[in-house]
Design a protein around this ligand. Structure first.
Ligand SMILES: Cc1ncc(COP(=O)(O)O)c(C=O)c1O
Length: 386
């Protein structure tokens, strides 16, 4: 029999001490913005020192720092060297992917779901101008209808663009099954993993997935940085029209390029901004040191506790109660949820509201904090009903 997930024993001390934000309240908002470790302060001080004493060779150190972040991130998600690039946000990188394709009949469909973060439909709707035909599979509720999704992927499908977990419900998709089906009919798969990277295991190579996007400022405990993984054997055939000089084969000679950079660098844009990668390195190192399996076990122990407490209090749970289907967040259907969120924030208990109350614990949260939060939620909800 499987053991129930257990909380990580060190969360009370070593890890928590590295997150000053935790001193100001109970922080369960990691699905929106994760806490950043103390080590970031040192990075900021060093960055200012670089600016204060500026010489152009500072770029050498910054390039090394950017590369170190990309290498660490690649190892974290099982990606080989030369297959991951970073930029300011996920939207920018998804547009570069979208701009690689000619949307010609009969294979011009982009299949997605109605549980996407709003940037996904917004971008694909913009690509209708270039012939993309958007096919949105309705979920009929907070859970993905995976059978309907698979049925809609056929020989007319160019791309499937889905999240690993929904930002609004925490439901996850069985990516291995989806990728296999899509590849069987000749379609490519783009995964938005922003809501899972850092809280759930993700091995892009084992999945065989074609494109994976994610970012630093939620479960990765970083800031202002997103990433794109591209399946290496696809790279030679991909030429993004949304581009910049750093994607060329001679970018670093400052001569006009005659072709594309051979690896994922062809998905670059203009001059990078290294600060956010340097800061995000601190969170990446910390999470890598703990290990994603330990993080997942702790996350499940915390989200199980939220679900047990919600069920005991009669609060409807929107996220899957089955642990294997659940991402890092538990969404609760709380009447007047936005008001309740604000009431909790007045008590320094931080969560978010997107149609449902979203409670997202991370490796640094404890079961005691969860109990305290759920006690307060019960009290605040009762007060509001009076
Ligand atoms: C699933 C998901 N995708 C994407 C984003 C954000 O995308 P971007 O980095 O373009 O702002 C978010 C949240 O901010 C998200 O939850």
């Amino acid at each position: 029999m499987n053991q129930p997930p257990r909380p990580h024993p060190e969360t009370g001390t070593a890890i928590r001490d590295q997150f000053p934000l935790l001193q100001s309240g109970i922080y369960l908002n990691n699905n929106s913005t994760g806490a950043v470790p103390q080590g970031a302060e040192h990075v900021l001080t060093r960055y200012w020192e670089t600016l204060r004493t500026w010489r152009d060779d500072a770029w050498d150190g910054w390039h090394d720092g950017l590369q170190k972040y990309v290498d660490g991130l690649s190892a974290f998600i099982g990606a080989p060297p030369g297959s991951v690039i970073t930029d300011a946000n996920l939207s920018t990188l998804l547009v570069r992917v979208a701009s690689c394709f000619d949307y010609q009949e009969p294979r011009n469909r982009v299949v997605t779901t109605d549980l996407e973060f709003p940037t996904i439909p917004f971008i694909w709707n913009a690509f209708r101008r270039y012939g993309a035909r958007l096919d949105v599979v309705s979920s009929g509720g907070p859970r993905f209808d995976e059978e309907a999704l698979l049925r809609r992927i056929d020989e007319r499908t160019l791309l499937v663009c889905v999240p690993h977990a929904s930002y609004s419900s925490g439901d996850t998709i069985d990516l291995a099954r989806l990728v296999k089906h899509a590849h069987d009919v000749g379609a490519l798969v783009v995964v938005d993993a922003f809501q899972t990277v850092g809280i759930m295991p993700l091995d892009v190579t084992a999945l065989g997935v074609d494109f994976v996007l994610g970012g630093a400022h939620k479960w990765m405990c970083g800031v202002g940085n997103a990433f794109l993984y591209v399946r290496p054997d696809l790279l030679p055939g991909l030429e993004p029209a949304a581009t910049g000089w750093q994607a060329g084969d001679r970018a670093f000679t400052f001569q006009p390029s005659t072709g594309w950079a051979p690896d994922v660098q062809r998905f670059a844009g203009g001059t990078p901004f290294p600060l956010t990668a340097l800061i995000s390195q601190v969170g990446l190192d910390l999470l890598g040191g703990v290990g994603i399996e330990t993080i997942r076990a702790h996350s499940l122990a915390c989200t199980d506790r939220i679900i047990q407490r919600a069920e005991a209090a009669g609060i409807p749970v929107v996220s899957p109660v089955e642990s294997w289907r659940r991402g890092g967040v538990v969404c609760l259907d709380v009447p007047e949820g936005e008001k309740v969120k604000l009431r909790l924030a007045e008590r320094n208990m931080i969560c978010s509201w997107r149609g449902y109350l979203r409670v997202g614990p991370h490796i640094y949260n404890t079961l005691d904090e969860i109990d305290e939060f759920m006690d307060a939620l019960g009290r605040v909800s009762r007060e509001d009903r009076r």
